[in-house]
Design a protein around this ligand. Structure first.
Ligand code: ATP
Ligand code: CA
Ligand code: CA
Length: 456
């Protein structure tokens, strides 16, 4: 239960091939989305695309070091979602492109999911259970509509749903395994130290992380345990929003919980990261860790992805498509890779508009861009405070299934139902909402208007 920077997944790592295949699949699938964006139809929500990779490659897929199959679910819907969330297609590919990029979180949760950060820590790949993937597919339309209507939504941003099918040896037998995974936003900014992290469910049942008090008090940035509900109460933690932000935040939380309840989801958490400006210290650029990488090769892979994007978007763009992605050295007209990348950046900003067939307006609003993508604390008068909160609803794909019903039954024999973790989704949502509502500091007093220097 710790916030970990994770282990670099490079050649030789047990999960290297899985990670490599995930990234190769994403890169090819994302860059092969059809050029022009058209308004979505219902069929886009049910459409899946399959790609087969092998060493030799073919007209659809480039050569890959390993043989595997890749399935891309509702690519056009996720493309539009990424656009709504304000992601640039080329940046997305570059972040998920390098074959060294991933680092694996050391201690996967109870669910057995694996987490991988993209190299720049902007994205998280999480492997999910078959039933979770079914759930997301089934309710993708509702999710999409919700995002459109709720620019301030706290619900996790999903950027892609995929499956890799590959041979895995298990007890001396080769088995074909299907691995489902999502790409989502890292709620926390890569370059800010998050001083305290809480995973809140609104339950007190076993919800305490045992912490090393001494290390915790020292505020050692290598020790950042993920705290839970009981730690929140122990430490008398509060969310310090003034009246305006408080109302906005609670309204949004309520809207989000209404959706999750409607979809019969439970076991999700409100993840809260708190950055304390008084302890502010920029942490070093994460990229430094990867200095040993072959830079040429990194750039090559990035260029490769960009070229593929360009080829799709603008088939007649000669300058860029002339460059052989396999020729590491240079383009036919003698420019080097760095220049291509630089040129790409410039061109990218010019081209962004004509590339989109129709305008998809981004939904992310300024409420969550208060300070480096977080929400800044504020006082009664909404004047800026010392804390930045990064808040989101995570782990939102667990259906209140038979397993959970059983769990409720067993536990309810001995315990108060309100305290137990697994309860039907309506109760679950209400309990979490109540917990959070009680955690917001309320300083609603009418008199201080007299002393407020701004209201004179
Ligand atoms: P379990 O089902 O046992 O709760 P899980 O494998 O489903 O675990 P999650 O609950 O999704 O995993 O996440 C586990 C931890 O990973 C969270 O408590 C949080 O610290 C971190 N985490 C998950 N999603 C994000 C995210 N989008 N941004 C930042 N951190 C995240
Ligand atoms: Ca969880
Ligand atoms: Ca889970």
């Amino acid at each position: 239960d710790r916030v970990l920077i994770g282990n670099k997944v490079s050649e030789g790592h047990v999960n290297f091939i899985i990670a490599y295949n995930m990234l190769t699949g994403i890169r090819v699938a994302v860059s092969r989305c059809s050029g022009i964006m058209k308004p979505l139809t219902m069929s886009d929500f049910h459409f899946n695309k399959k790609l087969a990779f092998d060493y030799h490659g073919n007209e659809l897929t480039p050569s890959s070091q390993y043989a595997f199959k890749f399935k891309d679910y509702s690519p056009e819907v996720f493309r539009e979602l990424r656009s709504m969330f304000g992601l640039d297609p080329a940046d997305y590919l570059v972040s998920l492109t390098s074959k060294y990029i991933l680092s694996e979180l050391n201690s996967p949760g109870k669910s057995g999911s694996f987490f991988y950060y993209s190299r720049d820590y902007k994205y998280i790949i999480k492997t999910i259970h078959h039933s979770e993937h079914i759930h997301l597919r089934k309710h993708l339309k509702e999710y999409y509509d919700h995002i459109k209507k709720n620019p301030n939504t706290l619900i996790c941003q999903f950027y892609g749903l995929h499956r890799v099918k590959m041979p895995i040896s298990f007890q001396n037998k080769i088995k074909h395994r299907k691995i489902y995974f999502i790409v989502m936003n890292n709620l926390f900014p890569p370059h800010l130290d998050i001083h305290r992290t809480y995973d809140l469910k609104g339950s007190t049942w076993g919800r305490r992380t045992i912490i090393d008090q001494k290390q915790f008090q020292q505020n050692d940035n290598t020790y950042r345990p993920v705290l839970k509900d009981l730690n929140w109460l122990d430490l008398k933690e509060t969310i310090k929003f003034g009246p305006l932000k408080k109302t906005k935040f609670l309204n949004q939380l309520q809207n989000d919980i209404v959706l999750l309840t409607k979809l019969n989801i439970m076991d999700y958490s409100l993840l809260i990261g708190i950055h304390d400006l008084n302890k502010d210290e920029l942490i070093s650029d994460n990229e430094d860790e990867y200095e040993d990488n072959n830079e040429e090769e990194e750039i090559q892979v990035a260029v490769d992805a960009i070229i593929q994007t360009h080829n799709n978007i603008e088939p007649h763009h000669d300058n860029v498509s002339n460059i052989s992605p396999l020729d590491g050295s240079a383009a036919s007209d003698g420019i080097n890779l760095n220049e291509i990348l630089k040129r790409h950046d410039v061109e990218q900003s010019v081209k962004k508009r004509p590339i989109r067939g129709y305008e998809v307006s981004t939904v992310v609003s300024h409420f969550f861009k208060d300070y480096e993508g977080g929400i800044r604390s504020s006082d009664t008068f909404n004047q800026d405070g010392q804390y930045i909160y990064y808040i989101g609803l995570i782990d939102c794909l667990t259906n209140y299934s038979i397993v959970k019903k059983l769990e409720t039954f067993w536990r309810s024999l001995n315990h108060n139902r309100k305290l137990v973790s697994a309860i039907p989704s309506k109760d679950y949502g209400e309990r979490l909402y109540e917990f959070v509502e009680n955690s917001l500091e309320t300083k609603t007093s009418f008199e201080p208007y007299l002393d407020n220097p701004n209201v004179r």
